[in-house]
Design a protein around this ligand. Structure first.
Ligand code: NAP
Length: 276
């Protein structure tokens, strides 16, 4: 049975545990063990998902096939230190996976014994509702099969794709931070609806259901966003008037600039401490 250890059972850790124990993925349910410093949190995870709690990170990591590090980025180096010698003495080959923003594969590899495979993942928050988008990058000692296995783990809570590590900052700008852009669009549509005379609850319901419906059409159909928009835009009609307004107000430029700012910040945060 595959053994998966989680170091950190917060939002992202719990979302992934939930996907793994629900049996959504292919294959058998894994044996999941978690270490989190909060006893209350561990009790909750144990009761809710039937997983095993560990007293420390090294015990959790022992003989695990995958160790998923889901702690805040500044804690990752100390976690690596805690588990490194255990993994070095393992009989099992363990793939170490980190979801921490800005923590490079080089940092992970330098905190582990030589040759330990490391994988960096950029997930996003819709994984909390099983609709995540995760990008997976393997390090120097990671085989393609190991990257595929990590992709499969994250596919239990949405979609996953393999990328090169150099693309992780761009991934952060598209899918990592992307949910916030869509929340802002919902907010802006709601405010505009209120300005046009709708009550706020009705305007918000209309905006959110519209985004959900449009997203489902893009995800499930065989048409791309450009064709879908053309299909709902009659010559000289209402939608053409609205989309012209968005173009005149620089919608595309706003996205280009916002996402470049996101990449710049991601690069800055990924620099070694003291260089920011
Ligand atoms: N949330 C997102 O949208 C998102 C998206 C992409 C990537 N990420 C990355 O995912 C990682 C986790 O984020 P999150 O939102 O899940 O954070 P979180 O909810 O704060 O979860 C982190 C958990 O780790 C625990 N922890 C602290 N020190 C620990 C240690 N030494 N060993 C084991 N566990 C420890 C924390 O306990 P205490 O609370 O008691 O300290 C907490 O339960 C972050 O690195 C973040 O960059 C998050």
């Amino acid at each position: 049975m595959t053994r998966i250890a989680f170091i950190g059972g917060g939002n992202i850790g719990e979302a992934l545990i939930s996907g793994l124990v629900s049996g959504e993925g292919s294959g058998d349910k894994p044996d999941v063990v978690v270490f989190d410093p909060s006893a209350k949190r561990l009790d909750f995870l144990r009761e809710e998902y039937g997983i095993t709690g560990a007293d420390d990170a090294a015990t959790a990591a022992s003989e695990a096939n995958f160790v998923v590090i889901a702690v805040k980025p500044h804690i990752v180096p100390s976690v690596l230190e805690d588990i490194s010698s255990t993994l070095d003495n393992n009989d099992t080959e363990t793939v170490v996976v980190s979801v921490a923003a800005g923590v490079s594969l080089a940092t992970m590899e330098s905190g582990l014994a030589a040759g330990v495979p490391a994988v960096r993942v950029m997930p996003n928050t819709p994984m909390l509702v099983g609709k995540g988008m995760s990008a997976v990058a393997g390090g120097r000692f990671t085989s393609e099969e190991q990257v595929e296995s990590v992709k499969d783990l994250f596919a239990t809570v949405g979609q996953s794709v393999a990328v090169a590590e150099k693309d992780i900052d761009a991934v952060t700008a598209v899918s990592g931070s992307g949910p916030a852009y869509i929340f802002m669009v919902a907010e802006a549509m709601t405010d505009a609806g209120v300005q046009l005379g709708l009550t706020r609850p009705v305007a918000q319901q209309l905006a959110v259901a519209t985004i959900e419906g449009a997203a489902t059409m893009m995800a499930q159909g065989d048409k791309n966003p450009v064709d879908l928009r053309a299909n709902v835009t009659s010559p000289g009609g209402t939608t053409a008037a609205a989309t012209r307004g968005l173009e005149e107000n620089g919608l595309r430029t706003a996205f280009f600039r916002a996402m470049q700012a996101c990449v710049d910040r991601s690069v800055e945060l990924g620099r070694p401490a003291g260089e920011n």
